[in-house]
Design a binder for this molecule. Structure first.
Ligand SMILES: [Mg+2]
Length: 121
């Protein structure tokens, strides 16, 4: 079973994403901000991270940069979730090491396609 860490400060988004991911047979963990996500990754690296952009404490971008800097050999795939329909944001995320991005709100079909694109589904 593949593992997915959902990182989002919205409990509702985490709940919706968890439901979708469980129907896709992922084992799911959750984090409410970037710092909590880093701690979870240090404890057990997931196969894929579904990452929100705007969060308190530590943003998705800060998390991503730190995660990639640490240079673990078992780096997870990262799918950035954004409401920013803005190529500059998307380009910055991909340059920082994101593998794919998905616009919120996403449905099961869209998320499944993105997870297939990064090779975890
Ligand atoms: Mg947010």
């Amino acid at each position: 079973m593949k593992t997915c860490l959902i990182v989002d400060d919205s409990k509702v988004i985490r709940k919706v994403a968890r439901h979708i991911l469980e129907t896709l047979e992922f084992s799911v963990e959750e984090a409410g901000d970037g710092r909590e996500a880093l701690e979870r990754c240090e404890a057990a690296m997931p196969d894929v991270v579904l990452l929100d952009w705007n969060m308190p404490v530590m943003s998705g971008m800060e998390f991503l940069k730190l995660l990639r800097q640490r240079g673990h050999s078992d780096q997870p795939k990262v799918v950035f979730c954004t409401t920013e329909n803005d190529m500059a944001h998307i380009r910055a995320a991909l340059e920082a090491g994101a593998d794919e991005y998905v616009m919120k709100p996403f449905d099961r079909e869209t998320l499944h396609i993105k997870l297939q694109l990064v090779g975890v589904a």
